[in-house]
Design a protein around this ligand. Structure first.
Ligand code: AMP
Length: 398
């Protein structure tokens, strides 16, 4: 996939109506609408501001949750709109329908320097089906399509890809930054390239491991997925997470890493407990000899040292997935230590992708020291897998 896409800087937006796909699908209280994390809204502000300052009229679109074509108050974008109004300091009117008479009238009346938000597109089933008539109607509201919803780039929906069949399509600044960091990390990384993978399931990361084996110099595997690799090497993991279906796959990956000369690092010691609880009593055991009645909850100090040493020499680090059950403070030490190791790198490019790793890094307070925190969970994983992302592929090449 070509990552060098035209952006709003490459075109004349003055006097044009822009259909700007954002990702305002923010975590919020379903009853009160209070937003818990506005990262995705804030991330799109530079694009919105640039377009307004350059004389464009901006029609914003987004989804919120998964209403599957059913109109539900909890999926309305009204709280995102209220928040955006505060951030922008100008009124952000919103439509009361999706591509109905209200949308059409408000879009037609929109003037340069003004912004408008269309209600949750997923209130219409045609959106997720990428219905061509729906996409065409959406496109008819504007002159140019701008894509800035990186978190939805792996979806081929009407508003993320379909509209590009009918309008010139370019990237917003958020997408430009994602492509610059992640594209470069995959295509021409500053070496050595160290990839750190964690989280619960091996199955979620199969494609990523496969793809990174071709590109990385070192792959570090921690978190719940590491136990399947331990079993593949003949280790004992007690009651720890095991993805039985993927033991053979893990064995193949270990062999492939050897063949390709990629260093594959696994935990050497593990913090274990008897039960899965925040206050469970813990002890430290070798990673390949976990007692039958214990489960692994975090990487141990020797592993932290091993992983931190590997990170210290890196030119580029890509991290996806926590090293342990970081939601429980007692078992967040490994994840925090990895975040700290990344934050301590002076001349390296550090990239954190995926929902849980992002919240883990934010909890540690090191996020300002990371070069790039991706706004896409599933999208950044698919990006790392080297898959074609419909929301990116449909944009004009530079
Ligand atoms: P993922 O969505 O695959 O990135 O997984 C994130 C989840 O993995 C988090 O909720 C962690 O609590 C969980 N996790 C990480 N390490 C472990 C472990 N050793 N045992 C159980 N769950 C884990």
């Amino acid at each position: 996939m070509n990552y060098d896409k035209k952006t709003i800087r490459d075109i004349d937006v003055s006097g044009k109506k822009i259909l700007l796909r954002c990702d305002f699908n923010v975590p919020h209280d379903k009853k009160t609408g209070v937003i818990h994390d506005d990262t995705r809204i804030v991330a799109t502000l530079p694009t919105i501001r640039y377009l307004l300052e350059h004389g464009a009229a901006v029609i914003l679109t987004s989804h919120m949750g998964r209403p599957h074509g059913v109109w539900k108050q909890e999926n309305s974008l009204f709280s995102a709109r209220d928040h955006l109004e505060k951030l922008l300091g100008i009124p952000v009117p919103m439509t009361t329908d999706v591509l109905g008479p209200d949308t059409k009238a408000k879009c037609a009346a929109l003037q340069p320097g003004q912004v408008l938000l269309i209600e949750n597109l997923r209130f219409r089933v045609e959106e997720e089906k990428n219905d061509p008539d729906f996409a065409k109607e959406l496109a008819s509201l504007a002159d140019i399509f701008v894509f800035d919803a990186f978190g939805c780039a792996h979806r081929a929906h009407a508003s993320t890809a379909g509209v590009a069949d009918y309008l010139p399509a370019v990237a917003g600044f958020l997408v430009e930054k994602e492509l610059a960091f992640m594209g470069k990390a995959l295509e021409a990384p500053q070496r050595p390239l160290v990839a750190i993978l964690g989280g619960a399931k091996v199955s979620d990361k199969i494609g990523v491991i496969n793809s990174l084996l071709q590109k990385a110099d070192t792959i570090i595997i921690g978190g719940g997925m590491a136990y399947t690799f331990q079993v593949a090497m003949g280790g004992k993991i007690g009651t720890s997470l095991l993805d039985e279906e993927h033991i053979d796959y893990a064995r193949d990956m270990i062999a492939k890493a050897k063949e390709l000369g990629v260093k594959l690092l696994l935990p050497v010691d593990t913090v274990v407990t008897k039960e899965f609880a925040a206050d469970a009593e813990s002890s430290l055991v070798p990673a390949k000899a976990i007692p039958d009645d214990r489960m692994g909850m975090d990487i141990g100090p020797e592993t932290i040292q091993l992983f931190s040493d590997a990170i210290r020499g890196a030119g580029t680090v890509i991290w996806n997935g926590p090293m342990g059950v970081f939601e429980f403070p007692a078992f967040a030490k490994g994840t925090n230590a990895v975040a700290e190791a990344l934050a301590g790198l002076e001349n390296a490019v550090t990239i954190v992708g995926g929902g849980d790793s992002v919240s883990a890094v934010e909890k540690t307070g090191f996020s300002s020291k990371i070069s790039h925190i991706s706004t896409g969970g599933g999208a950044s994983l698919e990006f790392l897998e080297g898959l074609v992302l419909p929301g990116i592929a449909c944009l004009a090449d530079r």
